[in-house]
Write a protein that binds this ligand. Structure first.
Ligand SMILES: O=C(O)C(=O)C[C@H](O)[C@H](O)COP(=O)(O)O
Length: 203
Protein backbone atom coordinates (compact mmCIF):
# COMPACT_ATOMS: atom_id res chain seq x y z
CA UNK A 1 0.00 0.00 0.00
CA UNK A 2 1.35 3.44 -0.90
CA UNK A 3 2.01 5.96 1.85
CA UNK A 4 -0.82 8.22 0.68
CA UNK A 5 -3.27 5.30 0.62
CA UNK A 6 -2.26 4.41 4.18
CA UNK A 7 -2.97 7.99 5.26
CA UNK A 8 -6.34 7.97 3.45
CA UNK A 9 -7.32 4.70 5.13
CA UNK A 10 -6.39 5.86 8.65
CA UNK A 11 -9.85 7.31 9.38
CA UNK A 12 -13.04 7.97 7.37
CA UNK A 13 -12.64 11.74 7.70
CA UNK A 14 -9.67 14.08 7.25
CA UNK A 15 -10.48 17.28 9.15
CA UNK A 16 -9.67 20.34 7.04
CA UNK A 17 -8.36 22.96 9.45
CA UNK A 18 -8.26 26.73 9.07
CA UNK A 19 -6.55 27.99 12.23
CA UNK A 20 -5.86 31.66 12.88
CA UNK A 21 -4.21 31.47 16.28
CA UNK A 22 -1.26 29.18 16.91
CA UNK A 23 -2.34 28.92 20.56
CA UNK A 24 -5.33 26.86 19.36
CA UNK A 25 -3.14 24.33 17.52
CA UNK A 26 -2.29 21.95 20.33
CA UNK A 27 -5.74 21.76 22.01
CA UNK A 28 -7.46 21.23 18.65
CA UNK A 29 -5.02 18.51 17.59
CA UNK A 30 -5.30 16.80 20.98
CA UNK A 31 -9.11 16.85 20.77
CA UNK A 32 -9.13 15.44 17.23
CA UNK A 33 -6.65 12.66 18.07
CA UNK A 34 -8.56 11.82 21.27
CA UNK A 35 -11.74 11.54 19.20
CA UNK A 36 -10.06 9.14 16.78
CA UNK A 37 -9.00 11.44 13.93
CA UNK A 38 -5.20 11.30 13.66
CA UNK A 39 -4.73 12.60 10.14
CA UNK A 40 -4.97 16.41 10.23
CA UNK A 41 -4.88 18.73 7.22
CA UNK A 42 -3.73 22.22 8.15
CA UNK A 43 -4.62 24.58 5.30
CA UNK A 44 -2.06 27.22 4.38
CA UNK A 45 -4.85 29.76 4.38
CA UNK A 46 -3.77 31.66 7.47
CA UNK A 47 -0.45 33.33 8.34
CA UNK A 48 -0.22 31.03 11.37
CA UNK A 49 -0.49 27.79 9.36
CA UNK A 50 3.21 26.79 9.28
CA UNK A 51 3.54 27.38 13.03
CA UNK A 52 0.31 25.43 13.55
CA UNK A 53 1.87 22.47 11.68
CA UNK A 54 4.99 22.65 13.88
CA UNK A 55 2.90 22.81 17.06
CA UNK A 56 0.51 20.00 16.05
CA UNK A 57 3.48 17.77 15.23
CA UNK A 58 4.26 17.74 18.95
CA UNK A 59 0.94 16.05 19.74
CA UNK A 60 1.45 12.29 20.13
CA UNK A 61 -0.38 10.28 17.49
CA UNK A 62 -1.09 13.21 15.16
CA UNK A 63 -0.22 12.80 11.48
CA UNK A 64 -0.05 16.40 10.30
CA UNK A 65 -0.14 17.49 6.69
CA UNK A 66 -0.50 20.75 4.80
CA UNK A 67 -3.48 21.68 2.65
CA UNK A 68 -4.01 24.46 0.12
CA UNK A 69 -0.49 23.87 -1.20
CA UNK A 70 -0.57 25.45 -4.64
CA UNK A 71 3.08 25.73 -5.77
CA UNK A 72 6.67 24.56 -5.18
CA UNK A 73 7.48 27.34 -2.74
CA UNK A 74 4.53 26.45 -0.50
CA UNK A 75 5.46 22.78 -0.79
CA UNK A 76 8.98 23.51 0.45
CA UNK A 77 7.70 25.70 3.29
CA UNK A 78 5.25 23.00 4.37
CA UNK A 79 7.93 20.31 4.30
CA UNK A 80 10.31 22.51 6.31
CA UNK A 81 7.56 22.93 8.91
CA UNK A 82 7.31 19.13 9.15
CA UNK A 83 4.23 18.38 7.03
CA UNK A 84 3.95 14.60 6.58
CA UNK A 85 1.63 14.80 3.60
CA UNK A 86 0.57 17.45 1.10
CA UNK A 87 -2.92 18.27 -0.17
CA UNK A 88 -3.58 20.63 -3.05
CA UNK A 89 -6.88 21.96 -4.40
CA UNK A 90 -5.68 21.21 -7.94
CA UNK A 91 -2.82 19.67 -9.91
CA UNK A 92 -0.10 21.46 -11.82
CA UNK A 93 2.94 19.84 -13.40
CA UNK A 94 5.48 21.89 -11.40
CA UNK A 95 3.81 21.08 -8.07
CA UNK A 96 3.21 17.43 -8.97
CA UNK A 97 6.82 16.91 -10.08
CA UNK A 98 8.17 18.67 -6.97
CA UNK A 99 6.02 16.58 -4.62
CA UNK A 100 7.06 13.35 -6.34
CA UNK A 101 10.74 14.40 -6.23
CA UNK A 102 10.39 15.15 -2.49
CA UNK A 103 8.88 11.69 -1.96
CA UNK A 104 6.11 13.09 0.23
CA UNK A 105 2.62 11.53 0.20
CA UNK A 106 0.66 13.79 -2.14
CA UNK A 107 -3.09 14.24 -2.64
CA UNK A 108 -3.81 16.67 -5.46
CA UNK A 109 -7.26 17.93 -6.36
CA UNK A 110 -9.05 16.81 -9.52
CA UNK A 111 -12.45 17.80 -10.90
CA UNK A 112 -12.51 16.26 -14.39
CA UNK A 113 -11.10 13.46 -16.54
CA UNK A 114 -8.26 15.59 -17.90
CA UNK A 115 -7.06 16.33 -14.36
CA UNK A 116 -7.04 12.62 -13.53
CA UNK A 117 -5.19 11.75 -16.75
CA UNK A 118 -2.57 14.40 -16.05
CA UNK A 119 -2.09 12.92 -12.59
CA UNK A 120 -1.87 9.38 -13.95
CA UNK A 121 0.77 10.54 -16.45
CA UNK A 122 2.81 11.48 -13.36
CA UNK A 123 2.17 8.11 -11.75
CA UNK A 124 -0.46 9.37 -9.31
CA UNK A 125 -3.60 7.37 -8.50
CA UNK A 126 -4.91 9.02 -5.32
CA UNK A 127 -6.83 12.27 -5.66
CA UNK A 128 -8.91 14.76 -3.76
CA UNK A 129 -12.21 15.31 -5.61
CA UNK A 130 -12.64 19.05 -5.21
CA UNK A 131 -14.96 20.90 -4.88
CA UNK A 132 -16.91 17.69 -4.38
CA UNK A 133 -20.45 18.99 -4.01
CA UNK A 134 -20.18 21.94 -6.38
CA UNK A 135 -18.41 19.83 -9.04
CA UNK A 136 -21.42 17.54 -9.39
CA UNK A 137 -21.60 15.53 -6.21
CA UNK A 138 -21.73 11.76 -6.02
CA UNK A 139 -23.09 11.23 -9.58
CA UNK A 140 -20.14 13.18 -10.99
CA UNK A 141 -17.59 11.25 -8.95
CA UNK A 142 -19.12 7.89 -9.89
CA UNK A 143 -19.10 8.83 -13.58
CA UNK A 144 -15.50 10.04 -13.37
CA UNK A 145 -14.25 7.06 -11.37
CA UNK A 146 -15.72 4.46 -13.74
CA UNK A 147 -13.06 4.71 -16.49
CA UNK A 148 -10.27 5.16 -13.93
CA UNK A 149 -10.87 2.04 -11.84
CA UNK A 150 -7.33 2.07 -10.44
CA UNK A 151 -7.84 5.50 -8.82
CA UNK A 152 -8.96 6.28 -5.26
CA UNK A 153 -10.54 9.47 -4.02
CA UNK A 154 -11.00 11.75 -1.04
CA UNK A 155 -13.98 13.99 -1.88
CA UNK A 156 -13.80 17.39 -0.17
CA UNK A 157 -15.86 20.55 -0.36
CA UNK A 158 -19.38 20.95 0.93
CA UNK A 159 -19.48 17.57 2.69
CA UNK A 160 -21.20 17.42 6.09
CA UNK A 161 -21.66 14.83 8.78
CA UNK A 162 -25.08 14.13 7.23
CA UNK A 163 -23.80 13.57 3.68
CA UNK A 164 -20.46 11.90 4.50
CA UNK A 165 -21.93 8.36 4.77
CA UNK A 166 -23.27 8.55 1.20
CA UNK A 167 -19.85 9.56 -0.10
CA UNK A 168 -18.09 6.91 1.98
CA UNK A 169 -20.37 4.26 0.47
CA UNK A 170 -18.92 4.95 -3.00
CA UNK A 171 -16.43 2.17 -3.73
CA UNK A 172 -13.29 4.16 -4.72
CA UNK A 173 -13.78 6.66 -1.88
CA UNK A 174 -11.29 5.90 0.89
CA UNK A 175 -12.11 8.90 3.07
CA UNK A 176 -13.69 12.36 2.86
CA UNK A 177 -12.31 15.74 3.85
CA UNK A 178 -14.29 18.36 5.68
CA UNK A 179 -14.17 21.37 7.91
CA UNK A 180 -17.33 20.53 9.85
CA UNK A 181 -15.38 18.68 12.56
CA UNK A 182 -13.83 21.94 13.78
CA UNK A 183 -16.45 24.70 13.69
CA UNK A 184 -15.20 28.21 14.44
CA UNK A 185 -15.20 28.88 18.16
CA UNK A 186 -15.85 25.26 19.20
CA UNK A 187 -14.29 24.10 22.48
CA UNK A 188 -11.88 21.13 22.58
CA UNK A 189 -14.61 19.06 24.26
CA UNK A 190 -17.06 19.83 21.45
CA UNK A 191 -14.40 19.08 18.82
CA UNK A 192 -13.65 15.74 20.46
CA UNK A 193 -17.35 14.78 20.26
CA UNK A 194 -17.54 15.76 16.57
CA UNK A 195 -14.29 13.91 15.88
CA UNK A 196 -15.58 10.74 17.52
CA UNK A 197 -18.79 10.85 15.47
CA UNK A 198 -16.70 11.32 12.31
CA UNK A 199 -14.27 8.55 13.23
CA UNK A 200 -17.19 6.16 13.80
CA UNK A 201 -18.74 6.73 10.34
CA UNK A 202 -19.00 3.43 8.47
CA UNK A 203 -16.89 2.92 5.32
O1 LIG B 1 -8.19 24.82 1.32
C1 LIG B 1 -8.10 24.01 0.40
O2 LIG B 1 -7.05 23.61 -0.06
C2 LIG B 1 -9.28 23.46 -0.20
O3 LIG B 1 -9.16 22.76 -1.15
C3 LIG B 1 -10.60 23.77 0.31
C4 LIG B 1 -11.03 22.87 1.44
O4 LIG B 1 -10.71 21.54 1.19
C5 LIG B 1 -12.46 23.03 1.60
O5 LIG B 1 -12.74 24.38 1.85
C6 LIG B 1 -13.05 22.23 2.69
O6 LIG B 1 -14.37 22.16 2.38
P1 LIG B 1 -15.54 22.39 3.42
O7 LIG B 1 -15.60 21.17 4.26
O8 LIG B 1 -16.71 22.58 2.53
O9 LIG B 1 -15.21 23.63 4.20
Amino acid sequence: MSAIEKIMRTAPVIPVLVIDDVADARPIAQALVAGGLKVLEVTLRTPAALDVIRRMNLVPGAIVGAGTVTNKEELEAALSAGAEFIVSPGLTEPLGRAAIRAGVPFLPGIANAGDIMRGMDMGLHHFKFFPATAAGGIPALKALAAPFHQCKFCPTGGITEATAPDWLAVDPVLCVGGSWVVPKGASPAEIEVLARQAADLPR
